[in-house]
Design a protein around this ligand. Structure first.
Ligand code: V47
Length: 378
């Protein structure tokens, strides 16, 4: 157990002393606490506290998954200003649509390379009906029954409901029957309606996003959840976003993991041209860990913050690195400087050198393989 006097003797920002006390007493943090934590320059105390909570929840374990991302199409009726992946015009040379065979080929490659999960998201295609999306799930499930299919953000589920006339619940039941294993967390962006009006004016608002996740949870489907940060939002918007997620999680308990997604600034229509900084990435991970006391895992998504920051983040509140990914498009269309895929051995090395114990997990953190062998001959 940590000694409050020891932490206070090292802390330099008096503004956060009462928050340190609350964290060590296990008290829930408020909106004001979250904003103060974002504003502090005492980054080491912030990281220390967040790591303390991570280790209380997950010990020294840090998780990764062997997975593959598949994005069946980038043709999309939405016109989100931050998105460099989507193409509104299907005849644009950058637009693409995969056939079922191409999708199956990618799933096959994933399985042959040890994947336990495929993560499928894509555009809201104006000509694809709900059956097309259902078929994507069912053909993968039929051919690879042991592969976990984490597919379709809440934004896609809302679109399926619109094009099929079915309720959210009916859409989710059909997808589950076809083989859907869980929902990914994309599409949350920032919940603030004012920010959404600027960055994603046509996208569903936070009420529908959360309603869809809560409906999935009630049907026994788990999901992850995200926050896109580093564009036009304020610290207050970020904390408000986290609190809305915390409230939903109090109701259902269905979120397995929270993933802060660092904004990538290239090839899009948002006049914000800077990448996030290392300190902002670490603060966002740490504050997420401290605010979201009811979510077990915080992901340092190496694709968007880079491998080096993701590794440091394992000592600032994160306990998960996502995975091998195999083919990343969304962040790389927008200028991400990380690789588009990762080797399992590299993930293990990053985790071990951060002083944590690597654990290969499945999507729902149920099957766990503890990796103990050293990755480098020190
Ligand atoms: O929904 C789009 C975001 C998301 C940009 O659930 C951008 O475990 C940064 O949600 N800069 C897709 N972000 C990725 C995603 C995800 C990734 C890894 C794991 C999980 C999970 C989910 O990426 C989109 C959108 O929110 N995005 N454009 C951009 N320029």
């Amino acid at each position: 157990m940590l000694d409050i006097d020891r932490v206070l003797s090292l802390a330099t920002d008096k503004q956060i002393f009462p928050i340190i006390d609350k964290v060590l007493q296990g008290e829930r943090l408020t909106f004001e606490d979250g904003v103060k934590l974002f504003k502090t320059n005492d980054i080491l105390t912030l990281g220390y506290l967040a790591n303390y909570i991570t280790e209380k929840k997950n010990g020294k374990f840090a998780y990764f998954v062997i997975n593959r991302q598949i994005n069946p199409t980038n043709v999309c009726v939405l016109d989100c200003k931050f998105c460099a992946f989507a193409q509104m015009d299907k005849n644009d040379p950058k637009a693409y649509e995969m056939s079922y065979d191409q999708i199956l080929e990618k799933a096959k490659y994933a399985v042959e390379n040890g994947a336990t999960e495929v993560h499928i998201v894509g555009g809201l295609h104006p000509d694809w009906d709900f059956q097309t999306y259902l078929n994507i799930v069912s053909i993968i499930k039929k051919n690879f029954p042991n592969l976990h299919i984490k597919a379709f953000t809440a934004v896609e589920i809302d679109y399926f409901s619109q094009i099929s006339g079915l309720s959210y619940e009916e859409v989710l039941i059909r997808l589950k029957e076809a083989g859907l294993g869980s929902l990914p967390g994309g599409g949350a962006e920032i919940f603030s309606p004012n920010v959404r009006r600027i960055i994603a004016p046509k996208k569903i608002g936070y009420k529908k996003y959360l309603e869809i996740h809560k409906t999935a949870h009630k049907l026994g489907l788990h999901s992850t959840t995200t926050m896109l940060y580093g564009h036009v939002e304020t610290y207050e918007d970020r904390v408000d976003h986290m609190l809305k997620i915390r409230e939903a999680q109090d109701e259902t308990g269905g979120f397995t993991c929270f993933i802060p997604l660092a904004y990538q600034p290239e090839n899009n229509d948002l006049p914000v041209y800077d990448f996030t900084t290392g300190i902002d990435d670490l603060k966002t991970i740490a504050v997420s860990r401290l605010m979201l006391d009811n979510i077990d895992h915080i992901k340092a998504y190496w694709v968007m913050i880079g491998e080096k920051t993701a590794q440091v983040a394992l000592n600032f509140g994160a306990d998960d690195m996502d995975g091998t990914v195999m083919e990343e498009k969304i962040a790389h269309f927008a200028g991400a400087k990380s690789p588009t895929q990762q080797q399992k051995e590299k993930l293990i090395r990053l985790i071990k050198e951060a002083g944590k114990i690597p654990v290969e997990r499945d999507t729902l953190y149920l099957s766990l393989i503890h990796i103990s062998e050293p990755t480098r001959p020190y």
